[in-house]
Design a protein around this ligand. Structure first.
Ligand code: AMP
Length: 410
């Protein structure tokens, strides 16, 4: 609803400016894809196994509403094979059949970027920085950035084996849910927030002790770059993130102004195997998605990034027959002012009320005495001071009140 919807749009505009200035091009992935595209995100991922809105269409195809947009971007890359590095950004809704609660919805918006075709650690730095910088541009100051490296596939496998052995030896102490997760993906047991699982999670082996030399030096260079760009971060050994496809660098932005249950406002990482999974060539990839709904809750909590002012500059009040209002509103809009008017031949009093509601700085009043090219009355709505101005001087007079035409034309 207005005015929140305008805030939403401005959010996306600020994001677009942030990332387009860094060379990212807009992509609009489809809202639904063949189910198979999302299945590749990982069979042990809740987003895929439990939370997808999927259905059969009239042609018998198995379709799913997108639960996230990285898979669609990778599918588009595999299909169109653009030159690399391919840097794109997106904004739009996703759908997950989750337990709805404050900050967690079944339809929620994300903005995000993806870079395909390079494993240069400096692109990790760029991506992480852009998310950080965007939060700063919104005015948020209580954001903590956590980073980690998940290593390469073989490192991860060795780690998963060690984790599986660790949790298996303590299986009797684990919650039922953790035991089920253990069978599918021991890594995800680390995400358990249950008290019963705490001891086993805390004593679990650490991924950093399993990293190959390559993965280790990649991560060291990422950390070096973030320090150089003055981005504060903490290395969090337990950060594995919800989607299975991540490799090497992972990161999450957390708002300390939000309740801890839903305080992750965005996150991302490297997904070097995903394009290949989807049927494309072996391609490196990294990106992030930021939750719009939740980031705006963080903005509310910090009292920053309010809804933009939706008021018009000028409101035309015509107490004759509306023809003057029709012409003058049109002329002023064409000159670049924002202008609105009343309809339905309302009384002067009713039109003035509408003028106040519009938030306009001035009302231009056209009465019986004002001929089409004659003077009009300009009333300042904050003070009710009014002057009679000829039409030729109108634009200059509006300028003297600080109202200037917008230079953006359609
Ligand atoms: P993910 O795609 O799961 O990595 O999520 C990235 C960000 O999107 C999270 O940090 C949240 O801010 C946001 N997000 C994910 N799921 C939801 C949801 N169901 N409702 C609202 N925001 C969400």
């Amino acid at each position: 609803m207005p005015p929140d919807a305008a805030r939403w749009r401005r959010f996306s505009d600020v994001f677009a400016r942030t990332v387009e200035d860094a060379g990212y091009a807009c992509i609009i992935p489809p809202m639904f894809e063949d189910l198979g595209v999302f299945r590749r995100l990982g069979e042990a991922t809740d987003v895929v196994t439990k939370e997808m809105y999927d259905f059969e269409d009239k042609g018998g195809r198995h379709i799913a509403l997108r639960p996230e947009q990285t898979a669609s971007v990778c599918r588009a890359f595999a299909q169109h094979r653009p030159a690399t590095p391919w840097k794109v950004w997106y904004s739009g809704p996703n759908f997950r059949y989750e337990k709805a609660q404050a900050g967690r919805y079944r339809q929620f918006d994300q903005v995000g970027i993806e870079v395909l075709g390079t494993d240069d650690p400096d692109i990790d730095v760029e991506v992480i920085f852009l998310g950080w910088d965007f939060y700063r541009r919104l005015g948020l100051s209580n954001i903590t950035l956590m980073v980690n490296s998940l290593g390469d596939t073989t490192d991860r496998q060795r780690y998963v084996d060690a984790l599986a052995a660790h949790f298996a030896s303590r299986a009797s102490t684990l919650s039922e849910e953790a035991q089920r997760t253990l069978e599918k993906n021991p890594l995800r047991v680390l995400d358990s927030k249950r008290d019963q699982d705490k001891a086993a999670v805390e004593s679990a082996p650490l991924l950093k002790d399993f990293l190959s030399e390559d993965a280790r030096s990649h991560f060291a260079r990422v950390c070096e770059g973030l320090k150089e760009l003055d981005v504060p971060f903490v290395v969090n050994d337990r950060l594995v993130r919800g989607l299975d496809y991540y490799r090497r660098t992972t990161f999450e932005y957390v708002s300390t102004a939000l309740e801890s249950a839903q305080n992750a406002v965005g996150g991302g990482g490297r997904y070097d195997g995903l394009v290949e999974e989807i049927g494309g060539p072996a391609t490196h990839g990294i990106g992030f998605a930021l939750g719009v709904d939740r980031t705006l809750l963080a903005c509310d909590a910090e009292g920053v990034f309010p809804a933009p002012d939706a008021s018009v500059d000028v409101f035309i009040v015509d107490v004759v027959d509306g023809r003057q209002a029709r012409a003058l509103t049109h002329d002023l809009r064409r000159l670049g002012f924002s202008a609105d008017r009343a309809f339905d031949g309302r009384s002067m009093k009713s039109q003035m009320k509408a003028a106040d509601r519009s938030g306009a700085k001035v009302a231009i009043i056209v009465g019986e005495d004002e001929a089409s090219s004659g003077p009009c009355v300009v009333r300042r709505l904050d003070s009710s001071d009014q002057v009679v101005i000829s039409r030729v001087d109108l634009v200059d007079y509006l300028g003297s009140l600080g109202l200037t035409p917008s230079t953006e034309t359609a």
